[in-house]
Design a protein around this ligand. Sequence first.
Ligand code: SAM
Length: 321
Amino acid sequence: MLKDKFGRHIDYMRVSVTDRCNLRCIYCSQKDAFSWIPHGEILSYEELFEILDQAVKLGIRRIRLTGGEPLVRKGLISFIRQISKAWGLKDLSLTTNGTLLAEVAAELKESGLTRVNISLDTLRPERFKEITGFDYWHRVWAGIEAALATKLAPVKINVVVLRGINDDEILDLARLTLHYPLEVRFIEFMPVGKGAAWEKKYFYSTKEVIERLRPLGPLVPVVTQGGGPAHTFCISGALGKIGFISAMTHHFCATCNRIRLTADGRLRPCLFSDYEINIKSLLRRPHRTEEIRAYIKQAVDAKPRDRLQGRPQRLMRSIGG
Ligand code: SAM
């Protein structure tokens, strides 16, 4: 069992398998510059497996694969099959933009993936293009339908609420839960990544979202499992749920249960801190098992009690959102 200095039980690792993405979301790309982690620096699946194997031996029980866009990386499904068979995890999930999901949802399910979170900030195809740079809304919607059909459930929809950009769709997005067994999660926009488009003027708080949802009637609290950061509710007669992730106004550090592994092999104790541990540097040494474990424990020990102020430098797509 992994416990940090403050008694938090750490059993969840968020793993970025690539920083590459086939979208250019305004909040996840630098306005003027463009750079990828060089291919040779991205952890191979063998290296990822080696690190995860030790992490699971130490007490990690839930793994989320993310990126970048994880589905753009070749070989992902075989890797999922390998890790789902290896350890009997409590939860093996994927965060995806959904654009490539429809074609592979059934295979993902069959390979042992438990569930997916799909990002979708708008129900309007033309607005989707403005936010992401690509005319792929219908592909994402097909991905959502495929995830529901193949029971990669619960299917969660991540909505980053941006003032003046998609806040007028809060009600429509919440109403999806009336007709589909989706969990629509409204996420507060976080200042992450040097050069990415975070500005206070875009920020829209959970409190304001809840205010906007008033016409739907009372929000009934729902108890969820897994210790995630969302506060979850449902509206009367709904098939799905509504969640709020208030990383800015009600941060959830006290119940944080996770560490991150970046695509270039850095353990990251906290999203908001640029402190990282270069676990990749160990991977070519002989007799490295104990050292890998020591580094994982060091990352857990380095978790700050509370959120640090300021803006982490790396973009979300290179940390693993
Ligand atoms: N490509 C995948 C996707 O689109 O879901 C996974 C990576 S993406 C970085 C993961 C999630 O982070 C997405 O739901 C995205 O909307 C969210 N995200 C990115 N930047 C964010 C920010 N500054 N504040 C809040 N959420 C952010």
